[in-house]
Design a protein around this ligand. Structure first.
Ligand code: TYD
Length: 213
């Protein structure tokens, strides 16, 4: 039985739109679900998210960044994810532990074995049953975030700290995610996110229908 589903992938791979579509699909089939995200799924998390993504240009060392994500996760698991799973809901979570491995590990170069231990403290044993990895070429994803910013009402640049990173950083993150998926083929499904949104939705429904069967 699938309860905890996480959505992972680089910036601009379309996760957020697809999670909303999946929520409607599951709700229409009578399944109770909860949509949430990291960072920012709790009140504390919303504060941490502002620090992490905006930070007003103040430098954040890689290990400080790591602990902020972990603090967000620990609060999120205890306050939101575990109670929802205990109530029998399907939890659809936009990013989770694999983002820490991909961004802080493969991207920033922190030790992966250590990150797995820290993730274990933060998730307190709550692990995803299924992880959908949204994969697409870096240029496609970053092109989407750029056009999202151009359409923002103020027209002001709204890139977050990660979107300002070099292409090489995003490439390492992508390779990292694919590596993680290869290591755990039972939990991961890689979704080709470069396709039109309708095709991606269909692929996700097939995966979920199969998982719920
Ligand atoms: P967000 O705007 O939520 O990204 P997206 O819409 O692409 O999912 O920003 C979250 C950023 O935080 C994203 O660039 C990935 C990063 N991140 C980490 O570096 N480590 C983590 O553990 C998590 C959860 C996110």
């Amino acid at each position: 039985m699938v309860g905890f589903v996480t959505f992972e992938g680089g910036d601009g791979t379309g996760k957020t739109t697809q999670i909303k579509a999946l929520e409607s699909y599951l709700t229409s089939r009578g399944k109770a679900c909860l949509v949430t995200r990291e960072p920012g799924g709790t009140e504390l998390g919303a504060m941490l998210r502002r620090v992490l993504l905006e930070a007003g240009g103040a430098p954040i060392a890689p290990s400080s960044e790591l602990f902020l994500y972990l603090a967000d996760r620990a609060q999120h698991v205890s306050e939101v994810i575990r109670p929802a799973l205990a109530a029998g809901k399907i939890v659809l979570c936009d990013r989770f532990t694999d983002s820490t491995l991909a961004y802080q590990g493969y991207g920033r170069g922190l030790d992966l074995a250590l990150l797995r231990q820290f993730n274990g403290v933060a998730d307190a044993g709550t692990r995803p049953d299924l992880t959908l990895l949204f994969d697409c070429p870096i240029e496609v994803g970053l092109g989407r975030t750029a056009s999202r910013q151009a359409q923002s009402p103020s027209g002001a640049p709204q890139e977050d700290r990660f979107e300002r990173e070099q292409l090489a950083f995003h490439e390492k993150v992508r390779v990292g995610f694919l590596d993680l998926a290869r290591q755990e083929p039972g939990r991961f499904r890689v979704i080709d996110a470069a396709r039109p949104a309708a095709d991606v939705s269909l692929a996700i429904r097939q995966v979920i229908d199969e998982a719920l069967r």
